[in-house]
Design a protein around this ligand. Structure first.
Ligand code: ME8
Length: 657
């Protein structure tokens, strides 16, 4: 008995006390002067998934998102559009709401920083910080002058170190030198205690790499920061000095508490802040503000700190940064048009593990959708449901225990919900999804191995029924685990199994043999119709958009160029053309003639004998009456030109890629 209790105690997962608290998850509030792209969508889908998953597990959850509507950038954008700031915000907020609706994002509250509710909370936290005193009696908030290099694009002062060629690296603009009166927050006084809280994980920063980054920042002795701005007009005026507006980050960060009643609803605030597990999601671009400024502000105001700050991966698209002014971007609405809300949610969440940066290539989406969703999951649903319809009149047959491989499959299925829950508690979103897809693949393998079509032909009805029952059970369990990822499609799947939302709980998913034999099983359309593979439909809509913006090649286009190592055997000038040389080159298995415009940079003597790189699959051309079969690779700038050469010995004809 004693041993059992001890074992049981050991089984209680670390942090279990947290799990019994309500769960509060937030996304950053997005700038209204941008349109939603897949980076914003990623955070928002992830937050939606976490809230839904915790709800499945029976936990009360609150999911907040919203928009950041103040600051000079918004004012500039409104002026450009010829409307007032608030008109501009009212309009662009809708693009976010619309995108979230299209993605079936089920937030509990949408906070706008231009709302009165928010303004009230900002005044309250500023007052609380102003009233705060350090142990030595100094004020936390003080007035001083600030001079610095301000990038209106970033809405922040930049340090010299952050500039590239004197410009903001993100906006490619020279920042302005500004000096103004500000109220300052004595961040320096909070750094030692923050360091201790972060090191001890009392304030958890995940992943580990980001925690180290924050600790590294603390060691650099960050300066105090301004709480207010004089120059910015579009903001929340300070209640104690109307020459100033609240600094946009102080304004923005406060959304996390204004939305749950800090300024106007103490009971709600206690429930979702003081007594909840609080998780902020974001990417590393806003690490300093969230991991240092925000907790310091909260400490000064006498408020609890968030429990976890999770900084998920930062994406590039086809190798380029996504931003309003530069680079490629993928519009989540385009993805929804192509893959549906569920397909889009699935694809975005599975590109990279949750905390890892990566490059997104739209060209990969179709094949992944087809492989994971159409082939593995969709196909399992269709083939199982159809066999029940054909062989059992659309009624779920009885389970049958003696099937080879069934025991292992059942054990895997019974482990899945708890394992997924554990992954989600640790933000391992990709693993939770990956486990469910692995389960689907195992069920497909079981189905194939048991060859139910043979069982049907041979009249082995009990065994046939057992295979189909087991697969339906697995689909039921998967429909729960993947529901937070693909809510509509998993509801569709549950409809095939005649299940309603009453049994859509993690507890329910934990037991095998839950489906009642005799239940109606029916399917009309595949739940994930196969999409045309990219080979046939060479560019997808999503790809086209990314490309037209920047004229990007995809890898397959680039790979069509056949480039080879070649040796120049002879070279001679082309009559009447002082730029051209006629070359005979050896490509290992054959020789050919190329006319190249390199005569001003390479003499015939110099180029003869060189190993060079030749594009071999160009259409032949006639240049100044001389036939040319290929092109040399060279790099040039201004009047300089150099040939690209292989760095090391390679056989002639070696492929360059
Ligand atoms: O920073 N990859 O708003 P924002 C992954 N208003 N996630 C990305 C991303 C990318 N390339 N780009 C953006 C702001 N995101 C402030 C926040 S909060 C108090 C104020 C996501 O519109 C990611 O969550 O620039 C990132 O942190 C956020 O959008 C930045 O959104």
């Amino acid at each position: 008995m004693i041993t059992l209790t001890a074992v049981r105690l050991n089984l209680i997962p670390r942090g279990a006390d947290k799990l019994s608290k309500p769960f509060y998850v937030t996304t950053p509030i997005y700038y209204v002067n941008d349109k939603p792209h897949i980076g914003h969508a990623y955070t928002t889908i992830a937050a939606d998934l976490l809230a839904r998953f915790h709800r499945l597990a029976g936990r009360e959850s609150f999911f907040l998102t919203g928009t950041d509507e103040h600051g000079s950038k918004v004012a500039e954008a409104a002026a450009e559009a010829g409307v007032s700031e608030i008109e501009f915000c009212d309009k662009t907020v809708e693009t976010f709401k619309e995108a979230w609706k299209n993605l079936e994002i089920d937030y509990d509250y949408f906070i706008r920083t231009t709302s009165q509710r928010h303004e009230k909370a900002v005044w309250k936290i500023l007052d609380a910080m102003r009233a705060a005193r350090l142990e030595d009696g100094r004020e936390v908030v003080y007035s001083d002058y600030y001079e610095g290099l301000y990038c209106t694009g970033c809405e922040k002062f930049l340090t010299e170190k952050e500039l590239v060629d004197g410009e903001c690296p993100d906006h490619r603009k020279v920042p302005e030198k500004l000096r103004e009166k500000n109220y300052f927050f004595r961040l320096s006084a909070y750094l030692p205690v923050l360091k201790q809280k972060i090191e001890s994980d009392e304030l958890k920063i995940l992943p580990e790499e980001r925690k180290r980054e924050v600790l590294g920042l603390i060691d650099q002795d960050l300066p105090d920061f301004s709480l207010s701005r004089e120059r910015v007009k579009w903001g929340i005026p300070l209640s104690f000095d109307d020459s100033q507006v609240a600094y946009v980050w102080v304004d923005a960060l406060s959304n996390y508490i204004s939305a749950i009643g800090y300024g106007d609803d103490p009971a709600q605030f206690d429930k979702w802040w003081t007594n909840a597990e609080v998780v902020h999601l974001m990417a590393k671009d806003i690490l300093k503000f969230h991991c240092l400024y925000w907790p310091a502000m909260l400490m000064a105001a006498g408020l609890k700190l968030p429990d976890t700050l999770f900084l998920h991966g930062f994406f590039t698209v086809d190798g380029q940064k996504m931003s309003k002014s530069l680079g490629a971007r993928i519009d989540p609405n385009d993805m929804v048009a192509e893959f549906g809300p569920d397909g889009t949610r699935y694809l975005l969440l599975t590109q990279y593990p949750f905390g890892i940066d990566g490059d997104i290539q739209a060209s990969r989406f179709i094949s992944q959708y087809n492989s994971d969703l159409a082939n593995d999951l969709g196909n399992l649903v269709s083939r199982v449901a159809k066999m029940v319809m054909v062989n059992f009149d659309g009624r779920l047959p009885q389970p049958y225990n003696g099937l080879e491989g069934l025991q292992e499959l059942m054990e895997q299925a019974e482990r899945l919900p708890n394992a997924a829950h554990e992954h989600i508690n640790h933000f391992r979103i990709g693993q939770a999804i990956g486990d469910a897809i692995t389960m689907v693949r195992a069920a497909n393998k079981f189905f194939n191995d048991r060859a139910p079509w043979n069982l049907a032909r041979e009249g082995r009805t009990e065994e046939l029924g057992g295979v189909l029952y087991a697969c339906c059970e697995i689909l039921r369990i998967v429909s729960v685990v993947l529901y937070p990822v693909m809510p509509s499609k998993m509801r569709e799947l549950r409809k095939v199994l005649s299940l309603d939302d009453d049994t859509l709980t993690l507890v329910n998913a934990r037991e095998f043999f839950n489906l009642q034999p005799g239940a109606k099983i029916s399917i009309n359309e595949p739940i994930f119709p196969r999409l045309k593979p990219s080979k046939e439909q060479k560019t997808t809509e999503t790809e086209k958009k990314t490309k037209s913006a920047d004229n990007l090649l995809d890898i397959s286009e680039f790979a069509r160029a056949d480039m080879r190592v070649a040796k120049v055997l002879t070279a001679e000038p082309v009559e009447g053309a002082d730029k051209l040389l006629k070359l005979q080159v050896d490509l290992g298995n054959h020789k050919r003639q190329i006319v190249a415009g390199v005569a001003r940079h390479y003499s015939p003597e110099k180029i003869t004998g060189m190993n060079i790189i030749v594009v071999t699959n160009l259409k032949p051309a006639t240049i100044r009456g001389v036939e040319s079969n290929g092109m040399l690779l060279a790099a040039s700038k201004g009047s300089k030109l150099v040939l690209l050469v292989p760095d090391g010995d390679l056989p002639l004809g070696a492929r360059v890629s």
